[in-house]
Ligand binder design. Structure first.
Ligand SMILES: [Zn+2]
Length: 179
């Protein structure tokens, strides 16, 4: 299979994580930056692959699920193939792109104008269930600390608020018992 590329991008080392994808030229908001391609698989095959550790990622024990994209109710796309350049795009909690399915194809689309040289990122939208396996080091000022769909962020925030309250109430009770 021929590598899928795009005139918009260049692949090089990233400060966020390993290899990243960068804007080769200015990318206008709404542009389809690159298609996320891979092997079309059934949900059953997807479930099977999801738990298999990836060879090249043994050091951080990533599993197949990391590259599997939901396509529709019956099929997923496994992007863990050499011709899928979009697999190098890093996650960010403050992304400049997003993934969208258009006529059965997964596209990475610019959320805003992206300047030449900027790293292209999107939110991987992982589920809450396994968030602790995927810490985030994207460096964005709003980073939630995990690679996680923004719709679940409130759960992390609520957990942190509760933990803070607990700490504070412990401190208060200590102060009281000293008297
Ligand atoms: Zn982050």
């Amino acid at each position: 299979m021929k590598k899928v590329t795009s005139p918009y991008i260049i692949v090089r080392r990233s400060k966020i994580h390993g290899t990243g994808v960068f804007a080769k030229k200015d990318i206008p908001q709404g542009a389809r930056i690159i298609e996320y391609v891979g092997e079309r698989i059934t949900k059953a095959e997807s479930d099977r692959r999801a738990d298999i550790p990836l060879e090249r990622h043994k050091e951080n024990s990533e599993c197949g699920a990391v590259y599997i994209f939901t396509l529709n109710q019956r099929h997923d796309i496994d992007g863990y193939v050499p011709y899928n350049t979009a697999r190098f795009i890093n996650h960010s909690c403050n992304p400049n792109a997003e993934s969208d399915i258009i006529r059965g194809k997964i596209w990475i689309i610019a959320l805003r104008d992206i300047k030449k040289g900027e790293e292209v990122t999107y939110n991987y939208n992982y589920d809450y269930d396994s968030h602790e396996d995927h810490p985030c080091r994207c460096g964005a000022s709003n980073c939630i600390g995990y690679i996680l769909d923004e719709e679940h962020w409130w759960k992390i925030k609520r957990k942190r608020t509760l933990a803070k309250k607990k700490r504070l109430s412990k401190k208060t009770s200590k102060a009281v018992s000293k008297k």
